[in-house]
Design a protein. Structure first.
Length: 222
């Protein structure tokens, strides 16, 4: 469902990112992740190191970050594994961006639960702010993609923006979130419904009510 990724020109990408290396701070984090695995199993840290590399690129570009091919090659070399094995990981998981994105990467869940709960209204709110699926706004602020289920079905519809989830959305709340981000404000993360904190039943429990205040043992009741 996501828009097609436009891979940048390779020569331009290599010219800009060919000398990529972890900064001291990111190298320290990378070595911590590698140290969590037995000797000779450092390749198990590939997902963590790709994420670190993407975050460093994001800091350098003031965006959410992406993984140019030379950066993926660097991670492969750092872990002593074939480039293609590393590339397979980067292309399999949508948490890795294979092309430049904006400062805020808006990923809308369009799978059945979110669709039934109004994800079309969320997409409409994004479109009315000038966001186009698979593209980045001219000001470089927002990149929009529609993705598969992100596991927040109980608080649908939802979006993920960079590292944060925003749930129980409607057209107005999504519009407000985009406006806050554009103005440099931090919107409320999580559910947007007043009085709801996580994914507890909206309006209060209708079953297992004795567990609301304590860990009630129902076995005797059954």
């Amino acid at each position: 469902m996501a828009g097609a990724v436009h891979i940048p020109d390779e020569a331009e990408t290599r010219a800009k990112w060919g000398g990529f290396a972890f900064s001291p701070a990111y190298k320290a984090k990378a070595d911590i992740f590698i140290g969590r695995y037995p000797a000779g199993r450092q390749q198990s840290a590939v997902m963590a190191l790709l994420d670190l590399a993407q975050r460093q690129v994001g800091e350098e570009t003031q965006t959410q970050g992406w993984l140019p091919v030379p950066v993926i090659e660097y991670v492969a070399s750092y872990l002593g594994m074939p480039y293609m094995r590393t590339y397979e990981v980067a292309t399999f998981y949508t948490m890795y961006n294979l092309a430049p994105v904006g400062r805020f990467h808006v990923q809308i869940c369009g799978t059945t639960p979110c669709m039934l709960r109004g994800s079309d209204d969320i997409i409409a709110a994004c479109k009315n702010r000038g966001l186009v699926k698979g593209g980045t706004t001219p000001d470089g602020l927002f990149t929009l993609n529609e993705v598969e289920c992100m596991g927040n079905c109980a608080s649908a519809p939802m979006v993920q923006i960079n590292d944060d989830n925003y749930e129980d959305l409607d057209y107005d709340s999504m519009t407000a979130i985009l406006s806050d981000l554009a103005e440099g404000k931090q919107p409320k993360v999580g559910t947007q419904l007043p009085g709801r904190h996580t994914v507890e039943p909206f309006g209060g429990a209708t079953t297992l009510q004795a567990m609301v205040d304590k860990n009630h043992d129902y076995r005797g009741d059954w």
